[in-house]
Design a protein around this ligand. Structure first.
Ligand code: BCL
Ligand code: PID
Length: 150
């Protein structure tokens, strides 16, 4: 296990309570923004560019980790802590294999949507805010480890 694997373990333990509070059966998670199709196109392009730059072994490991996680979801759509951890570790390795600018291009392209001020508070209202904040804090710490391995 390398540093990203170790950090993924910490991230996953700290964010699992939040993950379990999300209602994954809500149709909202299967919806792409439809209001601005040309911006959606650009955002997806940024993901294609990032994906094409990824180390192929890291990408394949990510695909397999996701597949395994999908096959262990419970009736509420939540995967096991072990498979969640393996998926986060795989994503960390995928992200570490591309320049930071490619990841930020994806983030910025989705930021362009300007979803509206009510989206954040609405999503937050559906979970325990403290757990969401703890998850976000853990995500930022994980990001530092991934960045250091880039
Ligand atoms: Mg994946 C990310 C679902 C297949 C590569 N993927 C996501 C998430 C979402 C998801 C949970 C995007 C929305 C988001 O950010 O929510 N992926 C998902 C599903 C499948 C899937 C349902 C599927 O196959 C059925 N993904 C794949 C393919 C992988 C793949 C097969 C490539 C091999 N996926 C990636 C990569 C990323 C994702 C790369 C991301 O960067 C993105 C992501 O998680 O960004 C944060 C928020 C996320 C969660 C609720 C999950 C827990 C996240 C962390 C660990 C803790 C929460 C932090 C904080 C509170 C919320 C994030 C805030 C924002 C960053 C501002
Ligand atoms: C901010 C302010 C600072 C503090 C800060 C801060 C936050 C920054 C953040 C953040 C950045 C950020 C980035 C995120 C990026 C997510 C990227 C996801 C990419 C997904 C892909 C999916 C795919 C595929 C895949 C490969 C395929 C193509 C695709 C091939 C060849 C604002 C905190 C630093 C979350 C690429 C993988 C299957 C499209 O900076 O003060 O908070 O989050 O199918 O390609 O097969």
């Amino acid at each position: 296990a390398d540093k990203i694997d170790d950090a993924a373990k910490v991230l996953s333990e700290k964010s699992y309570p939040f993950l379990k509070e999300i209602d994954w059966t809500d149709g909202v998670y299967g919806v792409l923004p439809t209001a601005k199709p040309l911006e959606v196109l650009k955002a997806i392009d940024s993901m294609l560019v990032m994906g094409a730059a990824m180390d192929p072994e890291a990408l394949k490991a990510g695909v397999l980790a996701h597949s395994k996680a999908i096959n262990s979801v419970d009736s509420k759509g939540v995967t096991t802590l072990a498979d969640y951890t393996a998926t986060n570790a795989a994503i960390g390795h995928m992200v570490a294999s591309v320049p930071a600018s490619k990841t930020m291009d994806v983030y910025n392209a989705f930021n362009e949507f300007n979803l509206g001020k009510d989206v954040g508070p609405y999503m937050m209202s559906k979970v325990n805010a403290e757990d969401a904040k703890a998850a976000y804090k853990a995500f930022l710490e994980f990001k530092d480890v991934v960045k250091a391995s880039q």
